[in-house]
Design a protein around this ligand. Structure first.
Ligand SMILES: C[S@@+](CC[C@H](N)C(=O)[O-])C[C@H]1O[C@@H](n2cnc3c(N)ncnc32)[C@H](O)[C@@H]1O
Length: 328
């Protein structure tokens, strides 16, 4: 769990990041994190940051934002030690708010089953790029071939590809009539500096994801989302009450609740389950272990739950959706 994980000693934090998060996903970040975990001097620098600012994602992104070379640990080490005084303010001012529109491909099977019109409310929305599931195109790989879905207006510049296992492909896109989000620090993806930061948060090898941010940001700019600056627990009841009453309210979140301490996650669950809404959660299994852990077989995957019932294991960046056969 990210929240608990942040409080670990720096060497342990980076070793775990290398072995669990970066391995097989980003060889460059795996090598950097593994190097840091064995480098007392660099660990001492990072340990000078507050707990929540020591995370590898943030330190690596801050260094890349300032031009650090990441191809070789030795070069990165030399750079970070020479530029540490510049890295600190970037790490202190900014947050890891990776916004991945491709997660819509794993939300769509649940959204497509809901009769619209839909009022879509995302908690932890970052720049709100997941609030446009109706504006993207999809290509689902299924055992019987590829199924494509496009918005009513025709193919979108943003094409989300996802392998579906054990589930039929959705047959339609949702009819979203209202969209809004909450974030403690909402981002404006049309601002060049903000977009540059969002792109830097994407791991170095994932060029397709960087391209997608620009394309999805252009779609969001045509119809900007209403994003409220607040803690999600504080703002959810009021924002939910402002949704149009004749639409079906869907409250969703992905890659958010791991940032919250356990009592705040519990508070959120109590609030969302008291609302007249469908609740879709796409989070790491540790977020609500009591409902999700027994079903997980794919290491590193998220669990997608609808109203607390586990439905699928999903790739954290939306690349696969594996239906859970025997949810309880
Ligand atoms: C990793 S990003 C995920 C963004 C988006 N949900 C997605 O899937 O692309 C997590 C977001 O949650 C927000 N966040 C974390 N804790 C929050 C809280 N207590 N209240 C509001 N937003 C929060 C962060 O600011 C960040 O933008």
């Amino acid at each position: 769990m990210l929240h608990e994980y942040r409080t670990a000693p720096v060497a342990e934090l980076y070793a775990r990041f290398a072995a669990v998060e970066a391995r097989g996903v980003s060889p460059l970040y795996e090598a950097l994190a593994s190097g840091v975990s064995e480098d007392g001097e660099v660990c001492d620098h990072i340990a000078g940051l507050p707990d929540q600012k020591r995370q590898p994602n943030l330190v690596f992104a801050a260094s890349r934002h300032l031009g650090a070379p990441v191809d070789d640990y030795g070069q990165w080490r030399e750079w970070i030690l020479a530029h540490w005084d510049s890295v600190v303010p970037v790490a202190m001012e900014r947050f890891t708010q990776t916004n991945e529109a491709a997660r819509c491909a794993t939300l769509l099977p649940a959204l497509a089953e809901i009769e619209g019109p839909i009022a879509l409310l995302e908690v932890g929305a970052s720049a709100g790029l997941c609030l446009y599931p109706d504006r993207y195109s999809y290509a689902y790989q299924t055992p019987s071939g590829t199924v494509t879905l496009d918005p009513e207006t025709g193919p979108s510049p943003v094409l989300l590809e996802c392998e579906l296992r054990g589930s039929p492909a959705p047959t339609s896109l949702p009819n979203v009539v209202w969209r809004a989000g909450i974030d403690r620090n909402p981002l404006d993806a049309t601002d060049p500096d903000t977009r540059s930061w969002l792109e830097t948060l994407v791991w170095p090898e994932h060029h397709d994801r960087r391209t997608r941010i620009a394309e999805a940001a252009a779609i969001a700019a045509e119809d900007p989302p209403h994003l409220v600056t607040a803690d999600l627990n504080e703002a959810l009841p009021t924002l939910a009450a402002s949704a149009p009453p004749d639409a079906h309210l869907v409250v969703f979140h992905s890659a958010v609740l791991a940032y919250l301490p356990k009592d705040a996650r519990t508070q959120f669950r109590d609030t969302v389950t008291s609302l007249d809404c469908t609740w879709i959660s796409n989070e790491s299994p540790g977020v609500f272990p009591e409902t999700t852990a027994p079903h997980q077989t794919e290491a590193g995957s998220f669990t997608l739950t609808v109203n607390g019932t586990p439905k699928a294991q999903t790739h954290p960046h939306g690349r696969t959706y594996t239906a859970l056969r025997n949810p309880t």
